[in-house]
Design a protein around this ligand. Structure first.
Ligand code: SF4
Length: 276
């Protein structure tokens, strides 16, 4: 076995960085135990279905399908009838919003380089561990010769992007660019298309990106060490809106019951499982 393969591999993603920076106990529940609340929230289902429609749509644009919008609408209707987690009324709303979105940007001529584009880059390496930063970008485009990752965000109300988010600045680092676009898709019924559909451009200096990298390495190494020690401390300052509050607020001995009743254990998901 080579020296290389004897090293531990520790994988972080934009979302796992958010989690491990906020609370290591939450990191344990999400990324180690793979627990998710049994009850799926509507915003998540809406976002998931809309992303699925957009994936089909931008793949069609990439392949220059002549009747792309029509084909995507047909695909969306078919998927709406197949998905058991999706109420038909919610599916209709998603499809209507998508149609309005596609017509709003009908003349946008981005060159599509990748859809649901996977990336993996070594964030840090020493003699014992290699930390990989991995994920999937909704879209990667070429605008005037510049490679720009794009993230779709579905929202019930308008919200400005967090330029410092691990997702955005991490994407810039991962593909060695200095620009990322958040593609906001609003679901407000009272707003005009121009107000609901906003594309916010975030640009970064090399110093911004270096600073992100230093922070990401620090937090990832700390998480790696704590994971090896199997110690996942709680961070009560981060509890507001946490999906695991119901678990943490109970006594340690009653947690297994609470978990069994209200949470499901998902399968571990490895983006590059076949490669490793
Ligand atoms: S409820 Fe608080 S302590 Fe528990 S996992 Fe969430 S953030 Fe951490």
């Amino acid at each position: 076995m080579s020296e290389e393969t004897e090293k531990d591999i520790f994988i972080v993603s934009p979302s796992s960085l958010d989690t491990l920076e906020a609370c290591m106990r939450r990191y344990f529940y999400t990324k180690v135990a793979h627990l998710a609340p049994k009850e799926k929230n509507e915003a998540l289902i809406r976002g998931d279905f809309t992303h699925e429609i957009l994936e089909n749509y931008y793949n069609g644009k990439k392949d220059l399908r002549p009747d792309n919008l029509h084909e995507t609408l047909e695909y969306a209707s078919k998927r709406a009838s197949e998905r058991i987690d999706l109420e038909s009324s919610l599916a209709e709303v998603c499809i209507d919003v998508f149609r309005e979105y596609a017509l709003h940007y009908v003349n946008q001529d981005w060159e599509i380089l990748g859809v649901e584009a996977k990336f993996s880059r070594v964030l840090y390496e020493n003699e014992v561990v290699k930390i990989l930063f991995e994920g999937k970008m909704d879209l990667v485009v070429n605008i005037n010769g510049k490679v720009i990752p794009i993230d779709h965000k579905t929202r019930a109300r308008k919200e400005d992007p967090n330029k410092l988010a691990n997702q955005y600045i991490g994407y810039a680092w991962a593909v060695d660019t200095n620009m990322v676009i958040e593609n906001e898709i609003g679901f407000q019924t009272s707003k005009k298309a121009a107000e609901k559909f906003r594309q916010s451009v975030m640009s970064y200096t090399a110093a911004n990106i270096n600073e992100w990298h230093e922070n990401a390495v620090y937090h990832s190494l700390r998480a790696y060490e704590l994971t090896k020690e199997n110690f996942f401390p709680m961070s009560p300052a981060a509890c507001k809106f946490c999906n695991y509050y119901e678990i943490c607020e109970t006594t340690p001995e009653s947690r297994p019951f609470k978990i069994g009743r209200d949470y499901t254990e998902n399968e571990a998901y490895d983006l590059f499982a076949q490669r490793r």
